[in-house]
Design a protein around this ligand. Structure first.
Ligand SMILES: *Cc1c(COP(=O)(O)O)cnc(C)c1O
Length: 485
């Protein structure tokens, strides 16, 4: 293979190709994508983040003595977060690749701090992020789920009842992703502390918002290291710190608490591997991107952005009250809004109608006794379009009411409910995927995902959680095949 030179005649313009490929994706700017991305709306912040990522794309955080600038940036970010999270002087922390990695490491450290416990467990509110289920799966720590109260917050008494000698970790969310409310951290942390158990607060999505909300005079229940018994906190920089994707922070109250997270291996003939996180080679890009964005915005910038995003949430809350057929699941504590429909319309249809109007909202399946809901992660940039958002919501609900409920054939529904995912063959899964409408064949023969998802979602919603997981894993398996032709 000859190496292409950029100016050779006929050389492909790969950046133009990328821009063309990217047109299939959701917009990351504009404040109209209300999941996955977080937009400050500030072009300068985006530019600085992007250029910092590019400048450090080849740098490796694997060895802090070889790339001391990355260690410096990591320690700067931890120091900034420590201040935000009311941490004591003993606090330590690491930059990870994202919220899931932060959560995985919190669970791994809690497990490995207790080698005396043969079959470790952790106690979670049922609303804890799925990352904890992944941690349970990876690290063989039993996840004990405790139903939340009618206010969608963790139930302290029920949590107490679920703790036993095998418990190595108690978890709280600040706030929960699905409902956007903060758990009673003070009560949960006290339970843990009284038994010498670690307490992790998952503030992946709220950790960069709630402190500024408190400074702006909002009512924020205590949840930081100011709460006695909180041993670790995760907070994502690539959410409400508005940093480029690829960074989160995991902070521990003391170096001793972090110690089991650090890994070294000299059991091979190469360099002694020494890692604070799951990655070994760590791109410097995300760390530099986050550092640049945090330096650019600073406390004053984040306070302004928080004021904007909370104003946007307030206006959504007020607007919802005037839309028949739609209600809040619960009054939001932060920047996440969960909406439910009444019997007059279908939540999945409302989601599709929003998407058709250029607003990406995220459908959430029914869970336990709760009906399907619609998730909105509101960004500071959403404020500028808030009137449009409310118009789109009102129209979407009206259209969904007119369309009526999504009918799933009763026979199909019974059939799906009767299936045991463990007993299905590959061919049966393929048949189900086709029947569900989840995959079809695109113009180019490749698998194509439907533009409207209401029927698919209604069908998935009928399936048991285990069946839904199995179907979606098969779906991902089929999507993820090498490009042909
Ligand atoms: C987003 C999120 C996570 C997982 O973070 P990723 O960056 O997507 O890996 C964990 N917990 C909460 C509460 C979150 O909102």
């Amino acid at each position: 293979m000859t190496s292409p030179t950029p100016d050779a005649p006929g050389a492909p313009d790969v950046l133009a190709e990328l821009r063309s490929l990217q047109r299939a994706d959701l917009p990351v700017q504009g404040g109209r994508t209300l999941a996955y991305v977080y937009d400050s709306g500030l072009a300068e912040v985006d530019r600085v983040g992007r250029e910092a990522v590019a400048a450090y794309a080849g740098s490796n955080g694997l060895d802090p003595t070889a790339f001391p600038s990355l260690l410096r940036m990591e320690n700067d970010l931890v120091a900034f977060a420590a201040c935000l999270l009311d941490a004591p002087a003993t606090v330590v922390g690491s930059v990870t690749s994202g919220g899931t990695e932060s959560v995985l490491l919190a669970v791994q450290a809690a497990r490995d701090a207790r080698p005396d416990v043969a079959r470790p467990s952790m106690v979670l509110p049922a609303t804890a992020h799925a990352a904890f289920h992944k941690a349970a799966h990876y690290f063989s720590v039993e996840a004990r789920l405790v139903p939340v109260g009618p206010d969608h917050r963790a139930d302290v008494a029920a949590t107490e009842a679920a703790i036993d000698e095998s418990t190595v970790l108690v978890v709280a969310s600040a706030p929960s992703y699905a409902h956007g409310v903060v758990d009673p951290v003070t009560g949960l942390a006290a339970l843990a502390a009284a038994r010498g158990i670690r307490c992790h607060v998952d503030a992946c999505i709220g950790g960069w918002v709630l402190p500024y909300a408190a400074r702006l005079g909002r009512d924020v229940p205590a949840w930081t290291f100011a709460v006695e018994g909180v041993t670790s906190i995760s907070v994502d920089l690539h959410k409400y710190a508005y940093a480029p994707k690829g960074t989160s922070l995991l902070l521990h109250r003391t170096p001793a608490l972090r110690r089991p997270q650090l890994f070294a291996s000299a059991a091979w003939p190469g360099y002694t591997m020494l890692n604070p996180t799951m990655q070994s080679t760590r791109s410097g890009g995300p760390t530099a991107g986050a550092w640049a964005v945090v330096r650019t915005l600073g406390d004053a910038g984040y306070e302004r952005l928080t004021a904007d995003v909370l104003e946007a949430v307030d206006r959504i809350v007020a607007g919802i009250a005037d839309i028949d057929g739609l209600r809040l699941v619960v009054e939001p504590d932060s920047t996440l809004v969960a909406l439910a429909t009444d019997g007059t319309c279908d939540a999945f249809t409302v989601s599709d109608e929003m998407v058709a109007r250029g607003w990406y909202v995220q459908p959430q399946m029914s869970y336990a006794a709760q009906p399907p809901t619609i998730h909105l992660s509101v960004s500071a940039a959403t404020l500028a379009g808030i009137d449009d958002l409310l118009v789109a919501l009102r129209e979407s609900v009206a259209t969904a009411v007119a369309a009526g409920p999504v009918a799933v054939d009763a026979g199909v529904a019974d059939y799906i409910r009767s299936l045991d995912p463990a007993a299905l063959t590959n061919e049966e899964f393929d048949g189900l995927l086709a029947a569900s409408g989840l995959v079809g064949e695109g113009a180019d023969g490749a698998l194509a995902v439907p533009a409207r998802m209401a029927e698919v979602n209604a069908m998935l919603d009928l399936a048991s959680p285990a069946m839904r997981e199995a179907l979606l894993v098969t779906f991902l398996d089929r999507l993820s095949r090498p490009t042909t032709g």
